[in-house]
Every structure is written in structure tokens, then in C-alpha cells.
Ligand binder design. Sequence first.
Ligand code: PLP
Length: 480
Amino acid sequence: MPEPLSTESTAFRSALEVIRAVEPRVADAIGQEVADQREMLKLIASENYASPATLLAMGNWFSDKYAEGTVGRRFYAGCRNVDTVEALAAEHARELFGAEHAYAQPHSGIDANLVAFWAVLAQRVEAPALQNAGVRNVNDLSEADWAELRRAFGNQRMLGMSLDAGGHLTHGFRPNISGKMFDQRSYGTDPATGLIDYEALRVSAREFKPLIIVAGYSAYPRLVNFRIMREIADEVGATLMVDMAHFAGLVAGKVLTGDFDPVSHAQIVTTTTHKSLRGPRGGMVLCDSSLADQVDRGCPMVLGGPLPHVMAAKAVALAEARRPEFREYAQAVVDNARALAEGLMRRGAKLVTGGTDNHLNLIDVSSYGLTGRQAESALLESGIVTNRNAIPADPNGAWYTSGIRIGTPALTTRGLGATEMDEIAGLIDRVLATTEAGTTAKGAPSKAQHILDPKIADEISHRATDLLTGFPLYPEIDLG
Ligand code: PLP
């Protein structure tokens, strides 16, 4: 007798069959995506694998519903079930993170940051336009007031972590609206240690007097002391906002506590739900009750109609993150990042800051004579998925870069541990040590091209796949 199919296998097989009947190429692409993910060593620090329950919570009738507004106060009729899932997502988030208020509507991390910026502006800015108009709130402004206010908003200041020290585009950089809304200044890291220099930050904050200090990062491998950040913010009258998009899972799993827990120190915290938190693609805002009303105006101020199907999946993923197993997972993510760091450094790799305290490592690949772009391509050919990233004072800029960022949230979800991390460190080192910088078609040195013996790439790729066979992705799902 063949083994009966698991519930998950039946669910996903049936879903693919239904899709295949309409557009087989989409069904094939979905099947291929999971096959690819099963075979690859995924070390992208911002990716993970959501649970079957989280994935399935997204594929349903909530997708058809408009629900502008907030729980119990919608601009559309018939939202009682959306109210249920949005309230559940917010409740789980408040309980999990110990936040006074949670807003589960942002469609992504960038959206969550925009909601937060507007909430702080609305709460804090006392522009002449506001006074002239005799209103206390930006929501009551006329068109003329808005024109004046835009000028006033343009003069507001934001102090965020510099991009090459690991900050994010949304922390006040030109290519993002935050860099246009705010007059931005960056804080960086100490060139000798690679660590945030809090005293330099304090001096800069005193001089610059920002409205908002943004803490949080995309590529900083160390802890951030949010108690000190709040102290600095209070001293200069700024609001402290923490973007914990990357490390929300470590906060949820209580690896980051005390001075390192953003929620107990910042007035407003934003996050994505799909990185270390292991939920669906999306964003969220947590805040003090003093900011709650403004945050809840995210839609329609900044966001379109909420995505109720994704909020349903957020509620499921947050419920999972409240389980004791999630704490073990979060600790294992950090232990694995450390094991990877040690394995790399033992083999001679140079890591920014000389190691890690969180879920990611940043390898300075210039010591291998490569740019980040060359290293990223060579690793991908060898079945190891990473992404290139600038390092502090990067001579190769943000496009070619000199760094490779590697993170452990995804492989830890598959169950890999310290022994496997050490072997992976060996595979990465072997690829980088045997890759050479290539040349352009005209024979000039190239920052993009690389040379790697295809036999070596193939051998490593096979080893990576073999290594993963002991740690099947979605072992409960057999797609046939
Ligand atoms: N904030 C940080 C710190 C991030 O690293 C990212 C994404 O990489 C974002 C925000 C944006 O998230 P999303 O891609 O969901 O908009």
C-alpha cells in the first residue's frame, strides 16, 4: 500500500492542478520555483521559507475584498471577516513584540517606512502653515496649506545610517522618496572597528537636530544599542524610529532583548514580515499609542487598499512566531551565522567587523581580488545564492561593490546547523579562491566578468545539492 498523501501535498497538488487548467505555464513556473529553491543553498539574508499554512492563507477569497480604513471603521461594506484577520494580525504582533499598537496593512517594508514617516511628520511638524490655518493636524489642511507644508516638510531632517555602513535606501537616500521629503544626514561606522560610533552619532545629532533618527539596517552584522539611540534622540528632541525589517525574527524569538530590543526603546518601529520573521511578503508598523492614530491613517495617506489575504497570512505567521519553537529557531539563526563566520575566517576570509552578532555576515571579497558582482556570479554558478553588497567606504560603489552579504534565516529553517555551516564556509571559500577577475571583450580589466572553471562550479554545485538532501525543504510536501 502506498503511503497516503499528506494534507499539505494534497493541498498544493490540487492548487497546481487548478492553476494548470487555466495557464499551465504559471503552474510550471510555480513548480519549478520550489524545485529550484529545494536545490539551492539560499544564503540571501533577507529571504526565508514561509510555512505551508502561511502560504495557503494567502491563496483565497480575501484577495477579492476591498477594505480601506481600519478594523471596524471601513469605507466598504462587508468587511467583517477582513476585520477578524486584521485584528488577529495586530493582536499577535502586539503580544509578540510587546507593542502598544500594531498596524498590519503595509504592503511592504518600504510602505511601512512611508507610513511611519508621515505619522511622525503629522505628529511633530508645527509648520507656519499649520499655525496660520489654525489647525492642529495635517489631516485638516486645505490645498493652500498643503503647498506651504510641502515647503516646511522639505526642511525637516532625518539622520539615518549611511548606505555603505549597511543602512537602507528608505532611510533618507535620494533614489527614495525619503531622500526628497527630508534633508538627510548619515551616521556611519568607525573605520577601525566597523562598529557604529555612538559618540560621533551623538555629536552629529546635536549639530543637525533631526526630527527623526532612524536606526536599523540591511547589512550591518552587529548588535545596535537602541537604549543609547533613544537617549541621543531624546537629548536632541528627535523621534527614534527603528526599521527592524531584517532582524524582526530575532526580536520575536527573544534573541535581541534589553538594550537591543527596538520595541522597548523606539517610539515607532517598522518591519517587513518576510525576512527573519518568516511570514508572507509584507510590512508592519508598531508604535506608541501617541502615534497610533496617525499610523492608522496609512491607508489612504500612503497605501492603497489593504491586502486582506496577506494580512491573514501575517496573522498565521505571527501566531507561529509566538510558539516556543520560534525562539529556538531565532537562536539557531544567530548560532549558524556565527559558525559560518568562524568557518570563513578560519579559511582566511575577511569579514566586515571581524564577525557577526546577528543573522548575517558581510564578506569583503577584495581580499580574493574580486568585486562583489564577480563573487556573486561565481557563487551562483556554484549553486550558492547570495547577493553583493557595498562595504564601508566601498571603492567599487553600490553597483559592483566589494562585499557579499550572506545570511542564515533560510537555511536554518531547513534545519542546517553549525557542522553544515562550516562546510558551506569551505565551499564559499573554495569558489572565491578559485575565481579570477575577468576582462571586457576588448581585454580591459572588468568589474563584472569573472573566470571560474566550470568543473569546479559543477562539483561545488553538486556538493551543495547533496548537502541539502539531508535537510529537505518542505518535507511534508510531495508534488509528485
Ligand atoms: N527596510 C530594510 C532595512 C530593508 O532591508 C528592506 C528590504 O530589503 C526594506 C526596508 C524594504 O522592504 P520591502 O522590500 O518589503 O519594501
